[in-house]
Write a protein that binds this ligand. Structure first.
Ligand code: HXC
Length: 515
């Protein structure tokens, strides 16, 4: 017995050094932790249970039998984050560059299948040279097996990808299918074809960082939801994110009110926030920071922003409102006056769909002058992309509470979770302006052939008549006009009212949303 136990300990110890001390030290010199070190930071202490530690590849080509390292370049298993179960896999760059073999892929598939069976999130830590070159098509098959599972798990369990090293070629498509990808600055990059191919084909000279570093993907492409200065910051922030997410799509909304923690101090105050009275500038064309509205509504100013640096004209993120997890979509007047453009539409649409999949109620804060005009947007397909956001709000059956903070003009009024898209509770602040368009533009069209004086009179009349929330309120499109200082209470009460809402869309195999 002692002998066999010793053998076990010995084999475990051998597995834990992965590709060996030299490669571990190379990893550390690049400011990168090893796969197991990363999992220790991500998971609650002493909760990680490793599976398939002794699995080895069975490739005989290119002397690969001499390179059989236990675990085959990926550490897999399960653990807990804030007490919630999660399945994890972490590619080990010290073993053949974390490259993906048939066996390596099978290990990832096993934890994904388990996560689906038991209904818990999967978090993948990616750090890999891509397909194991010595294995040829077997490694491509392995990738496809992972992609297939990503697609089937989408909308069933949350899937999160952490990009902590190279992620190139078709390998990028697994993170792309998952719900959120996060990236470390400096040491991680993602691209379909690397700098060398770019140079050959398009004659561009770019570095890996310029082509697919964290800054590019967090602000230009929108591929990742957030970037971090280092690995520890990323891993700790993902622990924070998990506080807002349910384990799967079957968790009823009510059971997620305070799932882990008791009510926190401060939630029991009277809920009044006088600061909200002073946020809107006198002139309705002057920008202000919508984040201040959010901070004064949510619990403890604890907002988990997603895609903060991409399409900054719309804010998306998670928070709690009197303990209840909610998703927030809000126009940001500080950028492009809060207009909806292509990037803002796709960013918000994907977020709304995530919330709808996972029963997370949506708060929509509206201050939108309309869609962004111009050839760049029209030729880029704002019709197709804007339709995504419209579609996402229209199909969502989760509780939807909307507050028009200031402007709600034109088609953008309809799109932003209006009453007509099955908004459950729709409120407006007294300074709200809800109309087809601004007074000046309206008068220039309908009184085009009249004198300037007449136009000025009509502009004042149009402003008086439409630049307020009462016309919409008279028609019941707005359920109430609320006092800014009491917003937190009114919104919390609205979410409470519709928490048990039961709304279903007609049966279909799946929809055909505009892509
Ligand atoms: C097998 C690999 C490997 C791979 C790296 N290694 N990538 N082994 N298959 N794909 C091994 C190296 O031989 C080396 O082994 C160790 O991992 C570390 O690699 P280094 O090159 O020393 O590391 P570094 O200098 O940091 O460079 C990292 C790298 C580079 C930029 C990722 O290794 C690289 O370019 N690798 C090839 C990338 C690639 O072309 N992959 C295939 C992409 S196509 P030793 O023994 O020396 O430590 C693809 C298709 C997927 O993935 C399609 C899915 C549908």
């Amino acid at each position: 017995m002692t002998t066999i136990l010793n053998q076990l300990y010995q084999r475990r110890a051998q597995a834990r050094v992965g590709g060996g001390e030299a490669r571990i030290s190379k990893q550390h010199k690049q400011q990168k932790y090893t796969a197991r070190e990363r999992l220790l930071i991500l998971l609650d202490p002493e909760t990680f249970e490793e599976w398939d530690t002794f699995v080895v590849h069975n490739c005989h080509d290119f002397d690969m039998m001499e390179e059989q390292i236990p675990g085959d370049g990926v550490v897999t298993g399960h653990g807990k984050i804030n007490g919630q179960k999660v399945c994890v896999f972490a590619q080990d760059f010290t073993v053949l560059g974390g490259s993906l073999s048939e066996t390596h892929a099978r290990k990832i598939c096993k934890v994904m299948d388990t996560a689906m069976r038991i209904g818990v999130p999967v978090i993948g830590l990616n750090d890999s040279g891509g397909a194991r070159i010595q294995e040829g098509v077997s490694s491509l098959a392995g990738y496809a097996e992972v992609f297939q599972r990503n697609a089937l798990a989408s909308g069933v369990i949350p899937q999160i990808s952490l990009i902590m090293g190279p992620c190139a070629g078709g390998a990028v498509y697994s993170p792309a299918i998952t719900d959120f990808s996060f990236m470390v600055e400096g040491s991680a990059y993602m691209f379909v074809t690397g700098p060398n191919v770019a140079k050959t084909v398009t004659h561009e000279e770019v570095t890996a960082e310029e082509l697919g570093g964290a800054a590019v993907h967090a602000s230009k492409s929108g591929v990742v939801a957030k970037k971090y200065v280092d690995e520890v910051a990323m891993l700790l922030d993902v622990r924070r994110l998990m506080k807002f997410l349910p384990a799967n799509n079957k968790i009823p909304r009510l059971s997620r009110v305070h799932p882990q923690q008791p009510m926190q101090p401060g939630h029991d105050d009277n809920g009044l926030r006088p600061a909200l009275e002073n946020i809107l500038p006198q002139d309705s064309n002057t920008p202000y920071n919508m984040q201040h509205v959010i901070d004064n509504v949510i619990d403890d100013r604890d907002f988990f922003a997603l895609h903060h640096d991409f399409a900054a004209n719309i804010i998306t993120g998670f928070a709690r409102l009197k303990g209840r997890p909610i998703g927030i979509v809000a126009n940001q007047p500080l950028h492009l006056a809060g207009c909806l453009d292509i990037d803002a539409s796709t960013k918000a649409a994907r977020f709304v769909r995530f919330c709808d999949c996972f029963n997370i109620p949506i708060l929509t804060l509206v201050d939108v002058p309309g869609f962004m005009p111009g050839t760049t947007q029209e030729h880029g397909g704002i019709i197709r992309h804007g339709a995504k956001l419209l579609y996402a709000f229209a199909e969502a059956t989760v509780p939807k509470v909307t507050l028009i903070v200031r402007k709600a003009y034109g088609g953008a009024y309809d799109v932003m979770a209006s009453k007509h898209l099955r908004g459950d509770v729709n409120y407006a602040w007294p300074a709200a302006e809800i109309a087809v368009m601004g007074a000046k533009g309206a008068v220039e069209i309908i009184f085009r052939n009249h004198s300037k004086d007449h136009q000025a009179t009509k502009e004042a009349e149009y402003t008086q008549r439409f630049a307020n929330p009462f016309v919409a309120a008279e028609k019941g499109f707005i359920d109430d006009v609320i006092a800014p200082h009491n917003t937190r209470n009114r919104l919390a009460c609205a979410f409470d009212l519709v928490a048990e809402k039961d709304l279903r869309n007609p049966w279909k195999k799946h929809d055909n949303m505009p892509l």
